[in-house]
Structures are given as C-alpha cells and as structure tokens.
Design a protein around this ligand. Structure first.
Ligand code: AMP
Length: 145
C-alpha cells in the first residue's frame, strides 16, 4: 500500500499558511478546519515549514500572547516529507522515529497532499479488514459485518 492510495481516498486538499500569520489565526484555522497542522508555504508556494497544534500548545504553556507571535517564529523548518510512491509502512516508520504525526507529500517539489498518523492507521485497518473478508471467502466461512 502506498501514500497515493491514501490520497486517492482523502483527496489532495492541504490547509496551508504563510510565516506572517499570527498563532491566534493559526489556532483558529486548526480548529475551524478540524486539522492538526498547517503547511507553511512561501511566495512561490515552496515548502518553508510546518506548524502543528503541539507548537501552538508550547507557546500557550509559555504564557505568551498568541496574537503577538507568528508562524515564522515557531514553525519547524526541517520538514520530513513523503512522495506518492512511498509505502505507508515507510511513512509510519518516519513518524514513529521522528515523533511527529504529519507528513506533507511532495511530487516534483509541489505539495500534493498531507498524510496524518490517523490516515495511516485507517489505511492499515481497512487493509486488514479486506484481507479478513478475502480469506474468509476463500475458506468458505461467514464474512463479518
Ligand atoms: P505533531 O506530532 O505532528 O503535532 O508534531 C510534533 C512536532 O514535530 C512539532 O514541533 C511539529 O512542528 C514537528 N513536525 C510535525 N510534522 C513534521 C514533519 N513532517 N517533519 C518535521 N517536523 C514535523
């Protein structure tokens, strides 16, 4: 199973932002779009970084005013990315080792999607369920709902 299989299912939409955005606006975007991260793009749509709810939480913990802090000050700039042809297992390995839950997907340097740890878990579960159905059909047993 590959990243492109997940994107085929969930689509290519990625919520993005720019470095000048305040963390208050960022939090609003995260909540309103029900996502955990925003990908930060530059003027030519090049990938500059990623900012996640965890980065915002850190600033709240430091009791700083979210309206005076910007994405550029708190984003992670060394972003680990994936490609549509990467296997889901390899992306899960990356997330586990790097301790992050979001991986932007690039193709020819262009952002074509974002995969979260929840997407990878869902893909693995769907795959396991399909396998059970196939195997039960094969041995002639009842197929679970
Ligand atoms: P997350 O678990 O995705 O909320 O992210 C935890 C930390 O890792 C935050 O500081 C993020 O900015 C950072 N982070 C999230 N995704 C990535 C990624 N793909 N590459 C590098 N750092 C990331």
């Amino acid at each position: 199973m590959k990243i492109k299989d997940i994107l085929q299912d969930k689509g290519n939409k990625v919520i993005t932002t720019v470095p000048e955005t305040t963390l208050w606006e960022t939090l609003t975007e995260i909540i309103e779009n029900k996502v955990g991260s925003l990908v930060v793009l530059g003027e030519s749509d090049q990938l500059l970084g990623i900012i996640t709810e965890r980065d915002v939480m850190r600033v709240i913990y430091q009791e700083r005013d979210l309206k005076n802090e910007t994405v550029g000050d708190h984003m992670t700039t060394e972003v680990s990315t994936g490609r549509p042809d990467d296997t889901i297992e390899s992306v899960m390995d990356k997330m586990t080792q790097g301790r992050y839950r979001h991986v932007p997907v690039l193709e020819n340097n262009e952002l074509v999607g974002l995969v979260s740890i929840g997407d990878t878990v869902k893909a693995q579960l769907d795959y396991a369920r399909d396998q059970v159905v196939l195997l039960r059909e094969y041995i002639g047993g009842p197929v679970p709902n």
